[in-house]
Design a protein around this ligand. Structure first.
Ligand code: 5GP
Length: 111
């Protein structure tokens, strides 16, 4: 069954899309945890980092560069990029995604 993010990629569910290319999509998180909170996803349905394979190496790098692109588009110089890998650390949508968070200060380490 298609995940929520596959449905957003397929335009079956609306989202505020801020960037798209042939391999990735970026859209605003519906429950923003910061003034800027964008999700960057590969269009290829990979569950998470654990499920990625060696053939995904370029796609994973591409996702990180798209994180930089959307941060720049939002006027951010300082920002956090996070991926939750597994339900035990908070992954709720099992389609790989990178949270790009900015516009406020953050604690380290995260709680
Ligand atoms: P995770 O918990 O898997 O790391 O992150 C999933 C993210 O997806 C959460 O931050 C959550 O707010 C966001 N989210 C859940 N449902 C929707 C939705 O329908 N649209 C959008 N744009 N974001 C969603």
């Amino acid at each position: 069954m298609a995940t929520l993010f596959e449905k957003i990629i397929a335009r079956q569910i609306p989202a505020t899309i801020v960037y798209e290319d042939d391999e990735t999509l970026a859209f605003r998180d519906i429950h923003p945890a910061a003034p800027v909170h964008i999700l960057v996803v590969p269009k290829k349905p990979i569950e998470n980092i654990t499920a990625a394979s060696a053939e995904d190496i370029n796609l994973l790098g591409k996702c990180l560069l798209v994180c930089r692109t959307v941060a720049e588009m939002e006027g951010l110089t300082d920002y956090r990029v996070v991926t939750n890998n597994g339900a035990g650390v908070g992954q709720s949508v099992f389609h790989l995604h990178f949270h790009v968070l900015g516009g406020r200060s953050f604690m380290w380490p995260p709680g």
